[in-house]
Design a protein around this ligand. Structure first.
Ligand code: SAM
Ligand code: DTB
Ligand code: SF4
Length: 335
């Protein structure tokens, strides 16, 4: 229980209790924004990392995540293409770098990684992205210890595997793998010495208590995940959650601000759902703790704000970004 809001000191803790997290999440917005800003300014100096996302293997996934257009259980129409080859992916990474991205995230719609040609290509992609001087992140489902250590050897910066929601609400969203499976995957990533990228989604029909519960699991990881993506549901036609109600932007701000207070040094990524957020709502997210966005016109199967509009927004906000970013703007505007 928080005795007073002044107890929120920016101390790095791994023992946050659900009750105190709920209290933070539900505090008057104006206080929550102030508290999170103090911590954000102290630890992160308002620098926003731009990450580009690329779907290497799209669709046909055997899991039944009810929000996802790539599951075989959804009837969503998604652009299908054969899995991209190493050369194509590295060309895309080079373009992303030119556009100002610092991190290149690659996605595979798999339940788990299997050894063989595709995994060998993944390792080549990771090496190639690192050679370009970018951070490399992979999201491809569950993995074994051996696969995690091969990814670490290839130079992988981070592995993304989200918990998505609370342990209690999880069974209403996914039935084909358990919460424990996810925690085990994250542990293998951590043990291999790869940075953990782990977050969730709001808008899955969860309660405020579920949000606090998800944040409790994340903030009790020791160390905290280096990267915490906060997505708001993109309700995609053909998925089980196509009719879910849109999330109010204030909820996103509350979630980001609370994540910032609980995990002061983590990169809090304002991830899916930005197209539904006004410019002002995004600015408040940056002010309260978000320090990364997915940058580029596409996420995996859905669209994202254009990089031109994001560049304009970030310049207006006055946050700092990648060191090369200004040069990129000059090069691109002279093209
Ligand atoms: N198959 C891998 C896995 O699930 O770990 C990697 C890809 S998966 C698409 C990565 C994450 O994107 C999911 O865990 C989920 O949190 C997020 N995501 C997927 N579809 C989404 C949607 N429609 N709205 C918001 N977030 C979504
Ligand atoms: C994450 O947390 N969000 C990204 C990334 N990790 C892989 C994915 C968002 C996907 C949004 C829906 C789509 O484009 O299909
Ligand atoms: Fe498959 Fe990942 Fe989509 Fe779940 S979120 S259906 S695991 S691609």
């Amino acid at each position: 229980m928080i005795k007073s809001y002044s107890d929120i000191s920016g101390e790095i803790r791994f023992d946050w209790q659900r009750e105190e997290i709920s209290e933070i999440l539900n505090m008057p917005l104006i206080d929550l924004m102030w508290k999170s800003q103090i911590i954000h300014r102290k630890f992160n100096a308002y620098r926003v990392q731009l990450a580009s996302l690329y779907s290497v293997k799209t669709g046909g996934c055997q899991e039944d995540c009810s929000y996802c257009s790539q599951s075989i259980y959804s009837s969503s129409e998604i652009k299908s293409h054969p899995q991209y080859e190493v050369k194509e992916v590295l060309e895309r990474a080079q373009i992303a770098k030119k556009e100002g991205a610092e991190r290149f995230c690659m996605g595979w719609a798999w339940r788990e990684i299997r050894d063989g040609k595709s995994f060998n290509s993944m390792l080549e992609m990771v090496k190639g992205v690192r050679k370009l001087g970018m951070e490399a992140c992979v999201t491809a489902g569950m993995l074994t210890e051996e696969q995690a250590s091969r990814l670490a050897e290839a130079g992988l910066t981070a592995y993304n595997h989200n918990l998505d929601t609370s342990p209690e609400h999880y069974k209403n969203i996914i039935t084909t793998r358990t919460y424990q499976d996810r925690l085990d995957t994250i542990k293998r990533v951590r043990d291999a010495g790869i940075n953990v990228c782990c977050g969730g989604i709001i808008g899955l029909g969860e309660t405020n208590g579920d949000r606090a519960s998800l944040l409790e699991v994340l903030s009790n990881m020791n160390p905290h995940p280096e990267s915490v993506p906060i997505n708001s549901l993109v309700a995609i036609e053909g998925t089980g959650l196509e009719d879910n109600q849109e999330i109010d932007s204030i909820e996103m701000i509350r979630m980001i601000a609370t994540a910032r207070i609980l995990m002061p040094k983590s990169k809090i990524r304002l991830s899916a759902g930005r197209e539904k957020l006004s410019k002002e709502a995004q600015i408040l997210c940056f002010q309260c703790g978000a320090n990364s966005i997915f940058y580029g016109d596409e996420l995996l199967t859905t669209s994202n704000p254009s990089f031109q509009s994001d560049r304009k927004l970030l310049k207006e906000v006055g946050v700092s970004f990648n060191k090369d970013f200004e040069n990129c703007i000059k090069t691109l505007s002279s093209l």
